[in-house]
Design a protein around this ligand. Structure first.
Ligand SMILES: C[S@@+](CC[C@H](N)C(=O)[O-])C[C@H]1O[C@@H](n2cnc3c(N)ncnc32)[C@H](O)[C@@H]1O
Length: 294
Protein backbone atom coordinates (compact mmCIF):
# COMPACT_ATOMS: atom_id res chain seq x y z
CA UNK A 1 0.00 0.00 0.00
CA UNK A 2 1.36 3.39 -0.90
CA UNK A 3 -0.13 5.70 1.69
CA UNK A 4 -0.11 5.57 5.45
CA UNK A 5 -3.17 3.54 6.47
CA UNK A 6 -6.05 5.65 7.76
CA UNK A 7 -6.64 5.43 11.48
CA UNK A 8 -9.21 2.71 12.38
CA UNK A 9 -11.53 5.36 13.87
CA UNK A 10 -11.55 7.28 10.57
CA UNK A 11 -12.38 4.09 8.66
CA UNK A 12 -15.12 3.19 11.11
CA UNK A 13 -16.72 6.61 10.91
CA UNK A 14 -16.67 6.40 7.06
CA UNK A 15 -18.50 3.09 7.22
CA UNK A 16 -20.99 4.36 9.80
CA UNK A 17 -21.73 7.41 7.66
CA UNK A 18 -22.44 5.09 4.73
CA UNK A 19 -24.67 2.88 6.83
CA UNK A 20 -26.67 5.86 8.06
CA UNK A 21 -27.19 6.88 4.41
CA UNK A 22 -28.38 3.37 3.63
CA UNK A 23 -30.91 3.42 6.42
CA UNK A 24 -32.24 6.79 5.26
CA UNK A 25 -33.55 5.17 2.05
CA UNK A 26 -37.34 4.82 2.00
CA UNK A 27 -37.26 1.04 1.43
CA UNK A 28 -40.84 -0.06 1.77
CA UNK A 29 -42.98 2.99 1.12
CA UNK A 30 -41.78 4.89 -1.96
CA UNK A 31 -43.26 8.39 -2.21
CA UNK A 32 -44.59 7.53 -5.67
CA UNK A 33 -44.97 4.12 -7.31
CA UNK A 34 -42.58 4.99 -10.18
CA UNK A 35 -40.27 7.54 -8.65
CA UNK A 36 -37.83 6.58 -6.01
CA UNK A 37 -35.08 8.40 -4.16
CA UNK A 38 -31.76 6.94 -5.26
CA UNK A 39 -28.75 7.35 -3.06
CA UNK A 40 -25.39 8.36 -4.38
CA UNK A 41 -22.82 7.05 -1.95
CA UNK A 42 -19.94 9.12 -0.67
CA UNK A 43 -17.20 8.60 1.86
CA UNK A 44 -17.12 12.33 2.46
CA UNK A 45 -19.12 13.50 5.45
CA UNK A 46 -18.94 17.17 4.54
CA UNK A 47 -21.73 17.24 1.97
CA UNK A 48 -25.29 16.03 2.53
CA UNK A 49 -26.42 12.79 0.88
CA UNK A 50 -27.18 13.44 -2.77
CA UNK A 51 -30.31 12.02 -4.27
CA UNK A 52 -31.71 11.87 -7.75
CA UNK A 53 -35.00 10.53 -8.94
CA UNK A 54 -34.99 7.05 -10.39
CA UNK A 55 -37.70 4.48 -10.92
CA UNK A 56 -38.54 1.89 -8.33
CA UNK A 57 -37.75 -1.66 -9.40
CA UNK A 58 -41.10 -3.33 -10.09
CA UNK A 59 -39.67 -5.80 -12.66
CA UNK A 60 -40.83 -9.37 -12.16
CA UNK A 61 -43.79 -8.25 -10.03
CA UNK A 62 -46.43 -9.70 -12.40
CA UNK A 63 -46.60 -13.44 -13.06
CA UNK A 64 -44.65 -14.35 -16.22
CA UNK A 65 -45.06 -17.62 -18.11
CA UNK A 66 -41.30 -17.51 -18.69
CA UNK A 67 -39.13 -14.82 -17.00
CA UNK A 68 -36.51 -15.34 -19.75
CA UNK A 69 -32.81 -14.70 -19.27
CA UNK A 70 -31.78 -11.68 -17.22
CA UNK A 71 -30.22 -8.98 -19.43
CA UNK A 72 -28.92 -5.49 -18.77
CA UNK A 73 -31.41 -4.00 -21.21
CA UNK A 74 -33.38 -0.74 -21.14
CA UNK A 75 -35.96 -2.00 -18.66
CA UNK A 76 -33.29 -3.11 -16.18
CA UNK A 77 -31.24 0.07 -16.74
CA UNK A 78 -34.24 2.27 -15.97
CA UNK A 79 -34.58 0.81 -12.45
CA UNK A 80 -30.99 -0.31 -11.88
CA UNK A 81 -29.93 2.06 -9.07
CA UNK A 82 -32.94 1.03 -6.99
CA UNK A 83 -32.53 -2.63 -7.97
CA UNK A 84 -28.91 -2.92 -6.89
CA UNK A 85 -29.37 -0.91 -3.70
CA UNK A 86 -32.25 -3.19 -2.62
CA UNK A 87 -30.78 -6.46 -3.89
CA UNK A 88 -27.13 -6.46 -2.86
CA UNK A 89 -26.58 -6.38 0.89
CA UNK A 90 -23.68 -4.09 1.75
CA UNK A 91 -23.71 -2.38 -1.66
CA UNK A 92 -23.46 1.17 -0.27
CA UNK A 93 -20.50 0.20 1.91
CA UNK A 94 -18.68 -1.46 -0.98
CA UNK A 95 -19.22 1.49 -3.34
CA UNK A 96 -18.13 4.04 -0.74
CA UNK A 97 -15.07 2.03 0.31
CA UNK A 98 -14.11 1.47 -3.34
CA UNK A 99 -13.08 5.13 -3.45
CA UNK A 100 -11.17 4.79 -0.20
CA UNK A 101 -9.36 1.64 -1.36
CA UNK A 102 -8.60 3.14 -4.78
CA UNK A 103 -7.09 6.20 -3.11
CA UNK A 104 -4.52 4.00 -1.33
CA UNK A 105 -3.18 2.64 -4.63
CA UNK A 106 -3.76 5.40 -7.20
CA UNK A 107 -0.53 6.27 -9.05
CA UNK A 108 -0.38 9.76 -10.64
CA UNK A 109 -0.66 9.43 -14.41
CA UNK A 110 -2.02 5.88 -14.28
CA UNK A 111 -5.47 4.60 -15.25
CA UNK A 112 -8.30 3.50 -12.98
CA UNK A 113 -10.74 1.16 -14.74
CA UNK A 114 -14.22 0.18 -13.64
CA UNK A 115 -15.12 -2.94 -15.65
CA UNK A 116 -18.91 -3.34 -15.81
CA UNK A 117 -19.40 0.18 -14.49
CA UNK A 118 -23.23 0.22 -14.90
CA UNK A 119 -24.53 3.55 -13.54
CA UNK A 120 -21.07 4.79 -12.54
CA UNK A 121 -21.51 4.72 -8.76
CA UNK A 122 -18.06 3.23 -8.01
CA UNK A 123 -16.20 5.64 -10.31
CA UNK A 124 -18.02 8.58 -8.74
CA UNK A 125 -16.75 7.39 -5.37
CA UNK A 126 -13.22 7.27 -6.86
CA UNK A 127 -13.55 10.68 -8.54
CA UNK A 128 -14.21 12.24 -5.13
CA UNK A 129 -10.84 11.12 -3.74
CA UNK A 130 -8.12 13.77 -3.90
CA UNK A 131 -5.34 11.24 -4.52
CA UNK A 132 -7.17 9.89 -7.61
CA UNK A 133 -7.33 13.31 -9.28
CA UNK A 134 -4.22 12.72 -11.36
CA UNK A 135 -5.46 9.41 -12.72
CA UNK A 136 -7.52 8.75 -15.83
CA UNK A 137 -10.91 7.29 -14.85
CA UNK A 138 -12.44 4.87 -17.36
CA UNK A 139 -15.74 3.03 -17.04
CA UNK A 140 -16.40 0.15 -19.42
CA UNK A 141 -19.75 -1.55 -20.04
CA UNK A 142 -21.23 -3.46 -22.97
CA UNK A 143 -24.80 -2.31 -22.32
CA UNK A 144 -25.70 0.93 -24.09
CA UNK A 145 -28.74 1.28 -21.85
CA UNK A 146 -26.60 1.08 -18.70
CA UNK A 147 -24.14 3.61 -20.13
CA UNK A 148 -26.92 6.12 -20.81
CA UNK A 149 -28.03 5.63 -17.21
CA UNK A 150 -24.40 6.30 -16.17
CA UNK A 151 -24.15 9.47 -18.31
CA UNK A 152 -27.38 10.88 -16.88
CA UNK A 153 -26.37 10.00 -13.34
CA UNK A 154 -22.80 11.33 -13.55
CA UNK A 155 -23.85 14.54 -15.32
CA UNK A 156 -25.27 15.69 -11.99
CA UNK A 157 -21.82 15.83 -10.38
CA UNK A 158 -19.09 18.25 -11.52
CA UNK A 159 -16.41 16.00 -10.00
CA UNK A 160 -17.53 13.22 -12.39
CA UNK A 161 -16.93 15.28 -15.53
CA UNK A 162 -13.53 13.67 -16.16
CA UNK A 163 -14.89 10.11 -16.09
CA UNK A 164 -14.73 8.51 -19.55
CA UNK A 165 -17.35 5.93 -20.43
CA UNK A 166 -16.49 3.26 -22.96
CA UNK A 167 -19.05 1.05 -24.69
CA UNK A 168 -17.14 -2.21 -25.06
CA UNK A 169 -16.91 -5.83 -24.04
CA UNK A 170 -14.49 -6.13 -21.13
CA UNK A 171 -13.26 -9.39 -22.66
CA UNK A 172 -11.96 -7.38 -25.62
CA UNK A 173 -10.96 -4.09 -24.00
CA UNK A 174 -7.24 -3.46 -23.89
CA UNK A 175 -5.98 -2.47 -20.47
CA UNK A 176 -2.77 -0.60 -19.70
CA UNK A 177 -0.97 1.03 -16.79
CA UNK A 178 -3.80 0.29 -14.37
CA UNK A 179 -3.07 1.22 -10.76
CA UNK A 180 -6.64 0.29 -9.80
CA UNK A 181 -9.14 -2.02 -11.48
CA UNK A 182 -12.66 -2.26 -10.08
CA UNK A 183 -15.00 -5.12 -10.88
CA UNK A 184 -17.98 -4.76 -8.59
CA UNK A 185 -20.50 -7.57 -9.23
CA UNK A 186 -19.44 -8.05 -12.87
CA UNK A 187 -17.13 -11.10 -13.01
CA UNK A 188 -20.07 -13.24 -11.92
CA UNK A 189 -21.70 -12.50 -15.33
CA UNK A 190 -18.63 -13.58 -17.30
CA UNK A 191 -18.51 -17.21 -18.46
CA UNK A 192 -16.54 -19.21 -15.90
CA UNK A 193 -14.04 -20.42 -18.52
CA UNK A 194 -13.23 -16.79 -19.51
CA UNK A 195 -12.58 -15.54 -15.99
CA UNK A 196 -8.93 -16.57 -15.55
CA UNK A 197 -7.77 -15.04 -18.84
CA UNK A 198 -9.56 -11.75 -18.06
CA UNK A 199 -7.93 -11.63 -14.62
CA UNK A 200 -4.56 -12.47 -16.16
CA UNK A 201 -4.89 -9.52 -18.56
CA UNK A 202 -5.82 -7.25 -15.66
CA UNK A 203 -2.78 -8.39 -13.69
CA UNK A 204 -0.55 -7.90 -16.74
CA UNK A 205 -1.67 -4.25 -16.96
CA UNK A 206 -0.54 -3.60 -13.38
CA UNK A 207 2.69 -2.91 -11.51
CA UNK A 208 3.54 -4.31 -8.07
CA UNK A 209 1.41 -2.56 -5.42
CA UNK A 210 -1.53 -1.90 -7.78
CA UNK A 211 -4.93 -3.26 -6.77
CA UNK A 212 -7.96 -5.13 -8.10
CA UNK A 213 -11.19 -4.62 -6.14
CA UNK A 214 -13.42 -7.59 -6.91
CA UNK A 215 -16.95 -7.77 -5.50
CA UNK A 216 -19.12 -10.81 -6.14
CA UNK A 217 -22.04 -12.88 -5.03
CA UNK A 218 -20.37 -15.81 -3.30
CA UNK A 219 -21.22 -19.49 -3.05
CA UNK A 220 -20.26 -21.39 0.09
CA UNK A 221 -18.50 -24.77 -0.14
CA UNK A 222 -20.85 -26.22 2.51
CA UNK A 223 -24.06 -26.89 0.56
CA UNK A 224 -26.33 -26.54 3.60
CA UNK A 225 -24.74 -23.27 4.69
CA UNK A 226 -24.95 -22.07 1.10
CA UNK A 227 -28.73 -22.68 1.06
CA UNK A 228 -28.98 -21.06 4.48
CA UNK A 229 -27.32 -17.85 3.23
CA UNK A 230 -29.43 -17.87 0.05
CA UNK A 231 -32.54 -17.99 2.27
CA UNK A 232 -31.17 -15.14 4.38
CA UNK A 233 -30.56 -13.12 1.21
CA UNK A 234 -34.19 -13.68 0.23
CA UNK A 235 -35.22 -12.50 3.72
CA UNK A 236 -33.08 -9.40 3.11
CA UNK A 237 -34.90 -8.79 -0.19
CA UNK A 238 -38.30 -9.15 1.50
CA UNK A 239 -37.14 -6.56 4.06
CA UNK A 240 -36.36 -4.28 1.11
CA UNK A 241 -39.95 -4.61 -0.15
CA UNK A 242 -39.59 -7.31 -2.81
CA UNK A 243 -42.45 -9.83 -3.02
CA UNK A 244 -41.96 -13.60 -3.06
CA UNK A 245 -43.03 -13.59 -6.73
CA UNK A 246 -40.42 -10.97 -7.67
CA UNK A 247 -37.72 -12.88 -5.78
CA UNK A 248 -38.63 -16.22 -7.39
CA UNK A 249 -38.94 -14.90 -10.95
CA UNK A 250 -35.71 -12.89 -10.79
CA UNK A 251 -33.92 -15.91 -9.34
CA UNK A 252 -35.13 -17.97 -12.30
CA UNK A 253 -34.04 -15.29 -14.79
CA UNK A 254 -30.56 -15.15 -13.24
CA UNK A 255 -30.10 -18.93 -13.18
CA UNK A 256 -27.10 -19.78 -15.42
CA UNK A 257 -26.57 -16.03 -16.14
CA UNK A 258 -25.06 -15.10 -12.78
CA UNK A 259 -22.71 -17.91 -11.72
CA UNK A 260 -21.26 -17.41 -8.23
CA UNK A 261 -18.08 -19.08 -7.06
CA UNK A 262 -16.64 -19.60 -3.60
CA UNK A 263 -14.21 -17.22 -1.92
CA UNK A 264 -11.67 -20.06 -2.00
CA UNK A 265 -11.96 -20.43 -5.80
CA UNK A 266 -11.59 -16.66 -6.28
CA UNK A 267 -8.51 -16.44 -4.04
CA UNK A 268 -6.81 -19.46 -5.64
CA UNK A 269 -7.40 -18.10 -9.18
CA UNK A 270 -6.22 -14.59 -8.26
CA UNK A 271 -3.00 -16.10 -6.89
CA UNK A 272 -2.61 -18.30 -9.94
CA UNK A 273 -2.81 -15.33 -12.33
CA UNK A 274 -0.11 -13.52 -10.39
CA UNK A 275 -1.64 -11.40 -7.64
CA UNK A 276 0.67 -11.35 -4.66
CA UNK A 277 -1.73 -10.89 -1.76
CA UNK A 278 -5.49 -11.31 -1.85
CA UNK A 279 -8.34 -11.90 0.53
CA UNK A 280 -11.79 -10.74 1.38
CA UNK A 281 -12.11 -7.32 3.04
CA UNK A 282 -15.91 -7.19 3.33
CA UNK A 283 -18.80 -9.63 3.36
CA UNK A 284 -22.50 -9.21 4.04
CA UNK A 285 -24.53 -12.43 3.75
CA UNK A 286 -23.48 -14.09 0.47
CA UNK A 287 -22.03 -10.97 -1.14
CA UNK A 288 -18.36 -10.25 -0.62
CA UNK A 289 -15.58 -8.02 -1.82
CA UNK A 290 -11.95 -9.04 -2.26
CA UNK A 291 -8.80 -7.04 -2.74
CA UNK A 292 -5.99 -8.49 -4.82
CA UNK A 293 -2.68 -6.64 -4.69
CA UNK A 294 -0.25 -7.12 -7.56
C1 LIG B 1 -24.30 -6.05 -11.70
S1 LIG B 1 -23.81 -4.91 -12.87
C2 LIG B 1 -22.39 -4.12 -12.11
C3 LIG B 1 -22.72 -3.10 -11.06
C4 LIG B 1 -21.76 -1.95 -10.97
N1 LIG B 1 -20.38 -2.37 -11.07
C5 LIG B 1 -22.02 -1.21 -9.67
O1 LIG B 1 -21.22 -1.36 -8.74
O2 LIG B 1 -23.03 -0.52 -9.58
C6 LIG B 1 -22.95 -5.80 -14.11
C7 LIG B 1 -22.58 -4.90 -15.27
O3 LIG B 1 -21.62 -5.56 -16.07
C8 LIG B 1 -21.93 -5.30 -17.41
N2 LIG B 1 -21.34 -6.43 -18.19
C9 LIG B 1 -21.62 -7.74 -18.11
N3 LIG B 1 -20.83 -8.43 -18.98
C10 LIG B 1 -20.04 -7.52 -19.60
C11 LIG B 1 -19.03 -7.61 -20.60
N4 LIG B 1 -18.66 -8.78 -21.12
N5 LIG B 1 -18.43 -6.46 -21.00
C12 LIG B 1 -18.78 -5.27 -20.48
N6 LIG B 1 -19.73 -5.13 -19.52
C13 LIG B 1 -20.36 -6.23 -19.09
C14 LIG B 1 -23.45 -5.26 -17.48
O4 LIG B 1 -23.91 -4.58 -18.61
C15 LIG B 1 -23.77 -4.55 -16.17
O5 LIG B 1 -23.88 -3.16 -16.33
Amino acid sequence: MRDEPRRPQALLSSVLRLQSLTFSLPHKQPPHPHLYAVMTTSTKGTSPPTTSLGRRDELFSSPLSDPGLFRFDASVASVFPDMINRSVPGYATVVGMTGTLAAKHARPGSKIYDLGCSWGASLLSVAREATCKQCQLIGVDNSEAMLSQASAHLAQFPEASRIELLHADILETSLEDASVVIMNYTLQFIAVEERASLLRRIRAAMRPGDVLILSEKLALPDQQLNEYLIDLHHDFKRQQGYSDLQIAQKRQALEDVLVPETRQVHVARLQEVGFDRCDIWFQCLNFGSLIAIA
